[in-house]
Design a protein around this ligand. Structure first.
Ligand SMILES: Cc1cc2nc3c(=O)[nH]c(=O)nc-3n(C[C@H](O)[C@H](O)[C@H](O)COP(=O)(O)OP(=O)(O)OC[C@H]3O[C@@H](n4cnc5c(N)ncnc54)[C@H](O)[C@@H]3O)c2cc1C
Length: 397
C-alpha cells in the first residue's frame, strides 16, 4: 500500500492551494477565522466561486457537473479547503439530495433540480429525524396521503439543520402503514414556502441557531416531486446516508484546531509560566496529536483502498467515531486553557459585537465551541450506533 502522493497529486495540491489563496475572499476568511457565527451569504458566495471554477461537486459524475478527479485528488481538495478554513460545503444539496436525484430521479427531476443545487441558488435541508425517530429512523410517522396528483403531508421533523435558510426540503414520509416499516416510506421533495409549513428554531446550548423543528399541516406536494417509486424511500435514504458520512473525520480542521491550541498554550500562563510548559497539558496535547496522526493514516488507508476500486467498508464508522472524539477533545483542551474564563458565555462576541470579550480573546469562544461540538458524536449516526456497526461487521458479534 502506497500512502505517499504521486508527483501529479503534489502538482494538483499546489494548483488547489494557489486557487484557494487567490480566490478565497478575505472578509469571509476573517469572519471564519474569528469564530463568528456562520452566515448563509458566506456559504453561498464561496460555493459560487467553486461552482464557477467547476469544482463545487467533485464526487458527482462528470456528465452532471462533477470533476472526474480520483479519490486522492478529492481528498487533497478537501484537505486544502480545511487547511484554509473555508466555509464547509453545505452537504444537503451537493452531497445528499443531488446524488439521490441523479441516481434515482427522473430526467425531468434532474433537469429541474440539479442546476440550482450546483449553483447554490437553491438551499436544501434534510427532513429525516422526528421526535422519537432518530437512530430508529424507520419508525418515522410523518404521513403523506395521495390525493389525485398530489400528496397531503402531515407530521413533524426535528433537528432540521439550517431549515431557516432552506428553499426546499427532502423528506422521508410514510405513504403506507400496512406493510413492514421500511417498505412504507417514500422520498418527497417540497418547497419550504408551501402553505402549512412552520419552522421553529431550536437554540442549542452554545446559544446558536443551527437546528429547527418543522411542522407540516396539510402541506400539498405535487406527486411529480416523488423520487423513484412510492415505498422505496428507505433504499434512497440509505444511499444518501452513505454520502453523508464521508468527510466526517475532519482531519484538516482538527489539525488547525491543534495548531490554535498550541498558540493559546504559548500565550496563556499557568502558575506564572507559559501553559505549554505545564507537563500535564503538554502530555494531553501530544496524545491528541498522536491520535490525529493515527486517524490521518487510517483515512489514507481507506483512500488507498478506494483508489483500487474497493468501496469504503465499516472503517468509515471508525473514522466517524475517532474523528468526532478528537474534535471534541480539542475543544476540551481549549476550555482547560481558558481556565476560569471558560465559564464566561461570550455569545455576543460570536455575533460580532464590538463589546470587549471576557478574558483572553483567543479563548473567548472556548466554551461555546465546547458545547457546540457535543453534537458531532450524535449527528450523522450517533457514535453508539457506529460502534454497533463495527461490532457486527468487523468483529462479527
Ligand atoms: C446538531 C445536529 C444536527 C442535526 N441535523 C439533522 C438534519 O439536518 N436532518 C435530520 O433529519 N436529522 C438531523 N439530526 C438528527 C440526528 O441524525 C439524530 O439526532 C441522530 O440520528 C440520533 O437520534 P436521536 O437524537 O433521536 O437519539 P436516539 O436515537 O433517541 O438516541 C439516544 C441515545 O441512545 C443511543 N442509542 C439509540 N439506539 C441505540 C442502540 N440500538 N444501541 C446503542 N445505543 C443506542 C444513541 O446513540 C444516543 O446516544 C441532527 C442532530 C444534531 C445533534
Amino acid at each position: 500500500m502506497d500512502l505517499s502522493f504521486s508527483a501529479e497529486d503534489l502538482a494538483f495540491q499546489r494548483e488547489v492551494r494557489a486557487f484557494v489563496a487567490e480566490n478565497y475572499p478575505a472578509d469571509i476568511k476573517a469572519h471564519f477565522d474569528a469564530g463568528l457565527e456562520p452566515r448563509k451569504a458566506d456559504f453561498v458566495r464561496w460555493q459560487k466561486i467553486l461552482f464557477e471554477k467547476g469544482w463545487v461537486a467533485p464526487a458527482w459524475p462528470q456528465q452532471y457537473g462533477g470533476t472526474g478527479w480520483t479519490p486522492t485528488q478529492r481528498y487533497i481538495f478537501q484537505e486544502e479547503l480545511g487547511a484554509a478554513n473555508t466555509p464547509g460545503i453545505i452537504p444537503f444539496g451537493l452531497s445528499m439530495v443531488g446524488p439521490v436525484i441523479y441516481t434515482f430521479g427522473s430526467e425531468e427531476q434532474k433537469k429541474r433540480f440539479l442546476p440550482g443545487i450546483l449553483s447554490s441558488d437553491v438551499w436544501w435541508c434534510q427532513g429525516y429525524s422526528e421526535p422519537g425517530s432518530g437512530s430508529d429512523l424507520a419508525s418515522l410517522k410523518t404521513k403523506a396521503v395521495r390525493q389525485g396528483d398530489k400528496y397531503i403531508v402531515n407530521g413533524s421533523k426535528t433537528w432540521t439543520t439550517m431549515a431557516q435558510w432552506a428553499d426546499w426540503i427532502f423528506c422521508l414520509v410514510r405513504t403506507d402503514s400496512s406493510v413492514k416499516q421500511q417498505e412504507g416510506i417514500s422520498f418527497l421533495l417540497f418547497d419550504m414556502k408551501s402553505p402549512g409549513i412552520t419552522v421553529r428554531p431550536i437554540i442549542t446550548m452554545d446559544g446558536g441557531h443551527e437546528v429547527n423543528e418543522c411542522f407540516f399541516d396539510n402541506v400539498e406536494v405535487p406527486a411529480e416531486n416523488l423520487i423513484g417509486q412510492e415505498g422505496q424511500g428507505w433504499t434512497y435514504a440509505k444511499f444518501l446516508l452513505g454520502h453523508e458520512r464521508s468527510g466526517i473525520a475532519a482531519v484538516a480542521r482538527s489539525k488547525r484546531g491543534i495548531a490554535k491550541l498550541k498558540q493559546i498554550a504559548n500565550a496563556e500562563l499557568s502558575d506564572g509560566r507559559p501553559l505549554i510548559e505545564d507537563q500535564d497539558y503538554r502530555r494531553k496535547l501530544a496524545e491528541l496529536e498522536i491520535d490525529l496522526t493515527a486517524l490521518e493514516y487510517t483515512e489514507l488507508r481507506t483512500l488507498a483502498r478506494e483508489s483500487q476500486g474497493k468501496g469504503p467498508g465499516p472503517e468509515s464508522s471508525i473514522l466517524k467515531i475517532k474523528g468526532t472524539e478528537i474534535q471534541q477533545a480539542i475543544t476540551e483542551l481549549a476550555v482547560e486553557a481558558a481556565g476560569y474564563y471558560g465559564f464566561a458565555f461570550n455569545h455576543r462576541a460570536m455575533n460580532g459585537s464590538n463589546e470587549p470579550v471576557v478574558g483572553p480573546a483567543a479563548t473567548a469562544f472556548a466554551a461555546p465551541a465546547y458545547f457546540n461540538m457535543r453534537k458531532t458524536s450524535i449527528y450523522g449516526g450517533s457514535n453508539e450506533i457506529q460502534k454497533n456497526i463495527i461490532a457486527k461487521m468487523v468483529l462479527g458479534l
